[in-house]
Every structure is written in structure tokens, then in C-alpha cells.
Design a protein around this ligand. Structure first.
Ligand SMILES: [Zn+2]
Length: 459
């Protein structure tokens, strides 16, 4: 019995052990299934949570149509239907407005594209960078914003060569004009810095085309007489300088145009402030260096004949007539030289900054120098030994420039400059006179400088 009990017990024990083993087995089996089940669930769930609902295959910009158009293309793999797509793009420019544009994009499958028709808006100049990003939403409510991409617009028609100095990049493709024109630019910047205390604040790209026709093809809606364009907001200058003129006209026009950009950077205004033309052009001619024989001859003639224009009449656009325009540049140069050499550079800087606040030319001059435009003219005449001119007691105010018109994204703030006489066959009498309002766009009035240079070259 004992044995049996023991046996029984054993059996029982054995039997209990068997039941326990089966339970463990069942438990193990169920656990395996549970683990397997969890594994399967996890395996299924993991791709859903870790894989983005929309995957970008390619994100490109086709600029083969530049400057007329460029096309943004996005190729995606989207498990769910894309229900909404927008493209945000922005160009690198200095602007008082928050830049950039967001456009809705028509959805056609997984390939999205949007074409920027620059023939409608005008094109940013070569050297301008555009940054873009897409935002997509699918039927499941997933949203994807693509990382920003950047592309720099290039005039791919030419094989550009580049020389660089501090904050200056000069690009050219014809002849070997790069080094000599870069030197002219550097010299101009040094004069601005040393004599006016005004420094370049951001990198400038200068593109030197082999002639003005080549340059005009790079910009939509440019006047067909333009020989140079300064895009102050983009810090880009385009010029058509044939190699044969690089050591003559090029030596003057490069620092001249650069001065307009530097002064524009320094005196940028978001409240509609502007500079009178005599100040704008006088500064630019001053930046060219020592006055040319033509400038000296203009001033001597004005002194001999007492034939200078009222300074107030040079607040706005200069005469469209080549000879008169040239004298206006020379008189402007002389006035700016008087201010700089008599009062120093700090008041001149203050004048530019005060004008940028939106003050009128009279008010800004009064605030900084204690005289208005007429008072400046009288002081300048006395300095030159000329008799005082009869000035009406209540002069008619002349607005030097209108407040810039806000234009759609991409329309370049271009400042065309006519080419030198040797660089174009366009008759000078058909040039700015046909565009009388262009100097009043409130940007940098450079229109007549080419006439000035043209005239100087013809003398
Ligand atoms: Zn100018």
C-alpha cells in the first residue's frame, strides 16, 4: 500500500507532472502564437508608422526655358491619393515686403509640376537664387513639406568666367576683360569707402556681356536701348561692355553702376524715401575717380557763361537731350564734391539716411546742413565764385521720385542704363526721351548715364 500509495503518489505526482507539462506546453504554444501574433502585428504595423505616407522620388527645377520660364517638378510615391499640393518659392533679394509666393498646383497623379511664366512677371536676373518647397496632403490627412531646395539662375548661353574680390564677383565670357574691370570695381569701392565712408554691405554679382544685345536678351522687358541694368534689390549688375571699350568706357561705367548699388544698399528705404537725382548721380560720378576732362570742361563752361541749371531742377529726371544731360551729370558731380570736400563725409552719410526716412530733399538738407536745395545751390555758387542767382522766395516743390510701386513677385527692379555710343547703333535721340517716366520709378535713376558716357566718348 505504501508503495502503491507511493506509487500512486508517484503516479499522481507523475500524473500531476504530466498535466503541468501539458499546461506549460499549452501555455508555451499559446505564448508562441501570442508572440508570433504580436510579431506579425508589429511587422505589419511597423511599415505603416515608420514609412512616410508620401515619399519624394525627385524634386527638381528645369531652367532650360530661363529667362522666359522655369518649371518646378516633384515626383512622389504616394500610397494614398494626393488631394492638395502647393509650391512655395522665394528669390534671394532685399525687399521691404515679406518675400515669396505660394501657388496652388493642379494634381495629376504622382507627378506634380508648376511653371513660373516669367514672361508675365518679368525675370529675376542671372545670379539670383531661388528657393522652393512643396507641401502635399493626401486622402488620409498626411501632410508632407519637402526640404527647401535652392537653384541659382544662370544665363547658360555663354561660358562664363569669374574673377572675385571681397564681396565682388565679376563674370564675363568675351575677351579677357574680367581682371581689368574687376580692378575698376575694386577701385570704385575703395573710393566710396575712403571718401564717403560708405561700404558695400552684401555681395554683388556683375555680369559683363560682350555687347548690349546679348545683355538685353537676358532680361525680359528691358528697354531696347539699355546698355546696362542695375538690379538693386538683387545686388546684380548686368552690363554690355565690348572688349574694345573695357579700358575706356568700362573703367567709368563699372564703378558708376556699382556706386548706385552701394548707395542703394546704404540708403534703402521702406517708407518711400528717395534721393534727388543730383545726389544719386553726383555720388556715382564721384565714385568714378578724378573728374574727366569732359567734366572739367563742362564746369569751366558753366562758370564762364554762368549757365548752370537751377539745382532744384536736377532733383528729378535729367534732360533727355544728350548734351544737357552730360552737363547735369557734371553739375551734380560738382555739387556732391562741394558737400563732401566742405562738410566731410559724415553729414553726407546722414543726408542719405535722412532721405531714407522719407524726408523731402529740402527737409533732409535743412536737418543735416541747415540749408535747403536753394541754399545749397547758393553756397555752391559762392564756393565757385559765381554770383548769387535770383531764386523765387517760394520755390515750387518738385518731387524727385515717386514712391515705388509694389509689383508682383519676380518683376525686377531694374535700372537700365543706355550703352555707350560706341556700343550701340541706336540713335541717342530715340533713347530716354521715348521713356520719360522711367526715371521716376523711385528706384535708382540711372537712365541717362549712358548718354553721359556716350556724349563724353563722342567729344
Ligand atoms: Zn548713374
Amino acid at each position: 500500500m505504501r508503495l502503491k500509495r507511493e506509487a500512486t503518489n508517484f503516479t499522481h505526482v507523475t500524473s500531476f507532472s504530466a498535466v503541468g507539462f501539458r499546461s506549460i506546453q499549452r501555455f508555451f504554444k499559446s505564448s508562441v502564437f501570442l508572440v508570433m501574433g504580436l510579431f506579425v502585428i508589429t511587422a505589419v504595423a511597423r511599415p505603416l508608422s515608420a514609412q512616410p505616407p508620401i515619399t519624394v522620388q525627385s524634386d527638381t527645377l528645369d531652367d532650360s526655358g530661363y529667362p522666359r520660364r522655369v518649371t518646378f517638378r516633384l515626383d512622389v510615391d504616394a500610397p494614398a491619393e494626393i488631394t492638395q499640393a502647393t509650391l512655395h518659392y522665394d528669390v534671394s533679394k532685399v525687399s521691404c515686403l515679406d518675400g515669396g509666393a505660394t501657388v496652388p498646383v493642379t494634381i495629376e497623379g504622382d507627378n506634380l509640376q508648376w511653371t513660373w511664366e516669367m514672361v508675365r512677371s518679368g525675370n529675376p536676373p542671372p545670379g539670383t537664387a531661388v528657393t522652393w518647397s512643396w507641401t502635399l496632403t493626401d486622402a488620409d490627412g498626411h501632410t508632407l513639406t519637402t526640404p527647401p531646395q535652392t537653384h541659382t539662375f544662370t544665363d547658360i548661353r555663354y561660358n562664363w568666367r569669374t574673377v572675385e574680390a571681397d564681396n565682388l564677383k565679376l563674370h564675363w565670357y568675351e575677351g579677357n576683360v574680367g581682371p581689368t574691370l574687376l580692378n575698376a570695381a575694386v577701385d570704385g569701392l575703395e573710393r566710396l569707402e575712403n571718401e564717403m565712408g560708405i561700404e558695400l554691405q552684401a555681395e554683388v554679382n556683375l555680369f559683363i556681356y560682350g555687347d548690349t544685345a546679348d545683355m538685353r536678351d537676358a532680361v525680359l522687358y528691358i528697354q531696347d536701348w539699355a546698355g546696362g541694368v542695375a538690379f538693386s534689390e538683387y545686388n546684380v549688375i548686368l552690363m554690355g561692355i565690348p572688349p574694345s571699350l573695357a579700358n575706356t568706357w568700362g573703367q567709368d561705367v563699372v564703378p558708376h553702376e556699382l556706386a548706385h548699388l552701394v548707395v542703394a544698399q546704404y540708403g534703402r528705404s521702406c517708407v518711400g524715401g528717395s534721393r534727388p537725382n543730383w545726389l544719386e548721380e553726383g555720388l556715382a560720378v564721384y565714385a568714378e575717380g578724378d573728374p574727366s576732362p569732359e567734366i572739367r570742361a563742362d564746369i569751366e563752361r558753366g562758370l564762364a557763361n554762368n549757365s548752370f541749371e537751377p539745382l532744384r531742377s536736377l532733383n528729378g529726371a535729367f534732360s533727355a537731350h544728350g548734351t544737357e544731360a552730360g552737363i547735369a551729370y557734371s553739375q551734380s558731380y560738382s555739387t556732391v564734391a562741394y558737400l563732401l570736400e566742405t562738410y566731410g563725409r559724415e553729414p553726407l552719410q546722414q543726408l542719405i539716411l535722412t532721405l531714407a526716412e522719407g524726408k523731402s530733399t529740402d527737409a533732409a538738407l535743412e536737418e543735416v546742413y541747415g540749408f535747403n536745395v536753394d541754399g545749397l545751390e547758393l553756397a555752391w555758387r559762392a564756393h565757385l565764385g559765381l554770383p548769387a542767382r535770383d531764386i523765387p522766395p517760394t520755390p515750387t516743390p518738385i518731387n524727385p521720385a515717386a514712391i515705388p510701386t509694389i509689383v508682383p513677385e519676380g518683376l525686377p527692379a531694374s535700372l537700365p542704363t543706355p550703352p555707350s555710343a560706341a556700343a550701340t547703333a541706336v540713335p541717342l535721340t530715340n533713347t530716354p526721351a521715348a521713356n520719360p517716366g522711367i526715371c521716376n520709378v523711385g528706384l535708382i535713376p540711372l537712365l541717362l548715364v549712358g548718354l553721359f558716357f556716350a556724349r563724353r566718348r563722342r567729344i
